[in-house]
Design a protein around this ligand. Structure first.
Ligand code: NDP
Ligand code: 8X3
Length: 257
């Protein structure tokens, strides 16, 4: 029953990344799961191995740190994971929500370092393996914030616009090697995203999803899985997914406050 395909998921300790781990595991893919919280990685590995009997490798590192990223990816056991068939660049965050003139430099740096440089670090280490094996699929988790800007979203939106541009550039550079590149652009999805954005303020985080039915991380993971399982000659380049009430990054029946 073991599927020989291997999927690398950055940011698998929560939300969309964790749901992706479940949907691929339930379809017998082997998984390389990453994040900074090792206790969560270990618990997730145990649960997935017990339930699905797949191979799981956990890598605990910070994507913003190039050296940590390089060492972690170099440590993958090639016997269990001879190829990386799918890379899901999911690790990311928002930090703060403020007008551009009041922005916090630490918030700006963490978003740029994680969402842009972190995605580049992981991609740069894995793409040569995909190039050498002659196939691969990179799925970048961007956002509706990568398509439009919304009030006070400035730097987060800029980082996701960068992911949009990088997805287009990667596709141009890599298709000649048989590597597909897909950008998935979710709208509001209830995860730990807002808790992180509002630095642990649970009440404020909860309010973001009040008055409408947001996407669940499983909804997004199902779209990721769909794009990853199409015939070899088919590539979904760009897929935007929102809940029923959301039209784009800045128009939702329920507005982000
Ligand atoms: P969560 O906060 O639930 O999950 C974020 C994941 O990213 C965690 O596993 C976290 O792991 C990991 N991560 C964050 N920073 C780092 C880092 N420096 N190094 C390694 N891993 C890191 O949020 P979501 O699931 O919602 O977010 C996943 C992606 O989806 C992000 O890129 C986000 O921008 C995007 N997105 C989210 C939407 C939403 O409304 N929720 C909508 C559109 C896009 P750990 O803390 O253990 O390191
Ligand atoms: C995360 C969702 O609406 O805060 O990308 O931009 S949103």
């Amino acid at each position: 029953m073991i599927n020989k395909k291997n999927v690398f998921i950055s940011g698998a300790t929560s939300g969309i990344g964790k749901s992706c781990a479940y949907v691929f595991a339930s379809n017998h893919y082997n998984l390389i799961l990453t994040g900074r919280r090792n206790d969560r990685l270990m618990a997730l590995k145990q649960a997935l191995v017990d339930e699905f009997g797949i191979h799981v490798c956990t890598l605990c590192f910070d994507v913003t740190d190039l050296q940590q990223t390089q060492q972690a990816i170099a440590s993958i056991d090639k016997n269990n994971f001879p190829t990386i068939d799918i890379l899901i660049n999911n690790a990311g965050l928002a930090s703060g929500l403020s007008s551009i003139d009041e922005g916090n430099y630490d918030d700006w740096n963490i978003m740029i370092d994680t969402n842009v440089k972190g995605l580049l670090h992981v991609s740069r280490e894995i793409i040569p393996m995909m190039k050498a094996q002659g196939f691969g699929h990179i799925i970048n988790i961007s956002s509706t914030a990568g398509k439009d800007a919304y009030p006070n979203g400035n730097v987060y939106c800029a980082t996701k616009h960068a992911v949009d541009a990088l997805s287009k550039s990667m596709r141009i550079d890599l298709l000649q090697y048989g590597i597909k590149v897909t950008a998935i652009n979710p709208g509001a999805c209830e995860t730990e995203f807002s808790l992180v954005r509002f630095k642990g303020d649970e009440e404020r985080a909860k309010k973001v999803y009040e008055g409408f039915t947001p996407l669940t991380p499983a909804d997004v993971a199902d779209s990721v899985y769909f794009t990853a399982t199409l015939p070899k000659h088919v590539c979904i380049n760009d897929l935007t997914i929102t809940c029923l009430t959301q039209a784009n990054a800045h128009y939702n029946v329920k507005k982000i406050i």
